[in-house]
Design a protein around this ligand. Structure first.
Ligand code: FMN
Length: 182
């Protein structure tokens, strides 16, 4: 995989939330050992040399898709801030944060909001990416702006779940465009 040196010179972080377990693939329920967003995060990491941080909750989401859907919906309606299990030590060292998440009900999962509210993003560049099954970013770019207005936000990348494992060229093109906007 090609490395893009401009990002190597900057202190970059790929922070992502992703859920392994039961997913709907071509109308069948399939167990994925690695979440889709994590797969894209790994590609970004390989292309940029960024550090990696996985956003994890103290109470993990269920393996089952239906159970996760119920929990996610409850959290969205309650505007919940799920407690995170792991915290970043030196967030201030990063100038650029790639932030990845699956789309849940047209939005980032609530743990992503917990993450955004935990750190100071003033002066940082925030570059979102998501995986989805048809809705693209939905409302999430607006949600990111509301919860993280201090960051300079660059255009995001939305990867369809079915294209995650063939998304390297798409990711590289997007990184190139982001690089030109820095
Ligand atoms: C609770 C829940 C809600 C979802 N809502 C949407 C949605 O609104 N729009 C969409 O396109 N996909 C939706 N999806 C599909 C996920 O965004 C998609 O499968 C994603 O790639 C999962 O990423 P992950 O494996 O990293 O968790 C939803 C999935 C779940 C579990």
């Amino acid at each position: 995989m090609r490395e893009m040196t401009i990002f190597k010179e900057k202190a970059c972080l790929v922070a992502y939330f992703s859920r392994a377990g039961e997913h709907c693939v071509k109308e069948s329920l399939v167990h994925l050992p690695q979440g889709n967003t994590e797969a894209v995060a790994k590609i970004i990491r390989a292309c940029t040399g960024a550090d990696e941080f996985c956003i994890q909750t103290k109470t993990p989401y269920p393996c089952g898709l239906r159970q996760t859907a119920h929990m996610a919906q409850r959290e969205l309606y309650a505007d919940a801030r799920p407690e995170l299990a792991v915290h970043m030590d030196r967030m201030e060292q990063y100038a650029i944060v790639f932030l990845g998440f699956p789309i849940w009900w047209g939005n980032p999962p609530m743990p992503v909001i917990s993450f955004l509210e935990e750190y100071d993003f003033a002066g940082k560049v925030l570059i979102p990416f998501c995986t989805h099954e048809g809705s693209g970013f939905g409302h999430s770019e607006r949600t990111l702006h509301i919860h993280c207005p201090q960051a300079k936000r660059l255009p995001g990348l939305a990867v369809h779940a079915s294209e995650v494992h063939a998304s390297e060229n798409q990711v590289l093109r997007w990184l190139q465009e982001a690089k030109d906007l820095l």
